[in-house]
Design a protein around this ligand. Sequence first.
Ligand code: SF4
Ligand code: SF4
Length: 91
Amino acid sequence: MLLDARKSEDQAKLKGGEDAVAWVKADQCIGCDQCTLVCDDNAIELYDAPLASPILNIEVNRKAEILRDSCTGCQLCVLACPTDAILMIDR
Ligand code: SF4
Ligand code: SF4
């Protein structure tokens, strides 16, 4: 119950609508693909990026990128992202 109230408060604080657009903090994105699954407007693409850690034997990681013109500011991706890597910013 407390968690539900907290989540509602967080949602109320989010910017949204036509004046807002999503933006990905690349260093927090783990390429999990959750945001692309929830985006109804095909406004998110994943691209390959070099992995920051030299101790893992993986050459690339994936990062999300917002296609600003397609983004409707609905905020679904913000709520879906497990690492809080997506913000809503002024368009
Ligand atoms: S705010 Fe909505 S339309 Fe924009 S990228 Fe996120 S899910 Fe897609
Ligand atoms: S849901 Fe978050 S962590 Fe996952 S790919 Fe999208 S922006 Fe990156």
